[in-house]
Design a protein around this ligand. Structure first.
Ligand code: HEC
Length: 95
C-alpha cells in the first residue's frame, strides 16, 4: 500500500517535469523564427526596424493584434496567439 502510493507520487513528479516546458513563459527562439518568417520582410526593409524596440509589452501586443489603420502594418489577430506575439516581443527587446 505504502509502496504503491510512493510509485504514484513518482509518476506524478515525472508528469510534472514533462509538462513544464509547455507552460514555460515567452520563448525567444520561437519569437525569432516567427519574426523572421512573418515580419522581417517588411521590418528589415520598408518598415521601421523594430529590433531593440522600447515599446511597452501591452502597446506592442495591441499594434500587432490590430495593425495600424491606413498603413502597411496589418492585423495579426487571426494568425497568432497572444503568447506567440509576446514570444516575438521577447526576442525583439533582447537585442
Ligand atoms: C506588409 C509589411 C509589414 C509586415 C509583414 C509587418 N509589419 Fe509591422 N509595420 C509595418 C509598417 C509600414 C509600420 C509603420 C506603421 C506606421 O507608420 O505607424 C509597422 C509598424 C509596426 C510596429 C510599430 C512600430 C513603432 O515603433 O511604432 C510594430 C510593433 C510592428 N509593426 C510589429 C510587427 C510584427 C511583430 C510583425 C510580424 C508579426 C509585423 N509588424 C509585420 C509593416 C509591416
Amino acid at each position: 500500500m505504502i509502496r504503491s502510493s510512493y510509485l504514484k507520487l513518482k509518476l506524478l513528479l515525472i508528469l510534472i517535469v514533462c509538462l513544464v516546458p509547455f507552460y514555460s513563459y515567452a520563448d525567444s527562439t520561437n519569437g525569432e523564427s516567427l519574426f523572421n518568417r512573418n515580419c522581417a520582410t517588411c521590418h528589415k526593409r520598408t518598415a521601421p526596424n523594430i529590433l531593440g524596440t522600447n515599446l511597452k509589452e501591452k502597446t506592442f501586443l495591441m499594434i500587432v493584434k490590430h495593425g495600424r489603420a491606413g498603413t502597411m502594418m496589418g492585423s495579426f489577430k487571426s494568425k497568432f496567439t497572444d503568447k506567440e506575439i509576446l514570444d516575438i516581443y521577447t526576442y525583439l527587446i533582447k537585442k
